[in-house]
Ligand binder design. Sequence first.
Ligand SMILES: C[S@@+](CC[C@H](N)C(=O)[O-])C[C@H]1O[C@@H](n2cnc3c(N)ncnc32)[C@H](O)[C@@H]1O
Length: 272
Amino acid sequence: MSRDPFRLTNQLDPAALDVIADRLETRGRHPCFTKALADYLDRMAIDDRTDVLDLGCGTGIVARAIAGRPGFRGTVLGIDRSPHLVQAAARLAAEAALGDRVRFVVGDAQQLDRPASSVDAVVAHTLFSHLEDPGKTLAEMRRVLRSSGTIGLFDGDYASLTFELADPERSRQMDEAVVGSLMTNPRILRQLPRLLRQAGFTLDAVLPSIVTEAGSADFWRGSIETYAKLAPHAGRVSAATTATWLAELLAISDRGEFFGSCVYYAYVAHKS
Ligand SMILES: C[S@@+](CC[C@H](N)C(=O)[O-])C[C@H]1O[C@@H](n2cnc3c(N)ncnc32)[C@H](O)[C@@H]1O
């Protein structure tokens, strides 16, 4: 299993966690992500829910988005295994004056410290590609969900994440090295129809979106800068190699020749 730094956030140093926190906040504000989030929350009828869990909440951008929806009257509990990110989430929610509509605690999405049948919606936004045991988390989601409850799982199909360098073979090798370092389960979204059924869920919808930039990198610029800093933490690729990769991609972007892309999906499901 990859030493994926997004999975091992409870072991990272504060500097690396600040890199992650900055990236999560910037990514979450991008129009592609705000639209994809709003679309699957609508499909979950989130405004009609009263007790919502946000698993792997990071800095809490999704929990804040739910709590801040004009039609939402419930509460959101964000759970993350990183105390550093949970602290950041609490601070950002206080700054957004969301009051007691949102709370954050440290915890493991694979072993939830919540009673059975206690919530009516569970969201996991870019968590599943980083889990040791996605089946265990689905079982926990099912346990804590009331019979009328719904779940929303959003993630990148990171097996489709790609950045083109001048040499196609090096591009393939670097895509593989970066994805293999940063994602524990890069193919999880292709496995979810099976895993959801096995865990006792019925699929309501799959909502695809694609983030592609051709010419110059804007959204992907921030991502590749983050990936270049974090990938070496997994020990599979050196900092010098990712720095060269990043410099090459930025030069390609400056020339207007950039290509970067990834497909994202949201799955919405309910208890069978
Ligand atoms: C890519 S980040 C996504 C954060 C947030 N959902 C967002 O989209 O901005 C993945 C998050 O999952 C958390 N995480 C990974 N494994 C976890 C686990 N087993 N239990 C709880 N949180 C976990 C990490 O600490 C990290 O904050």
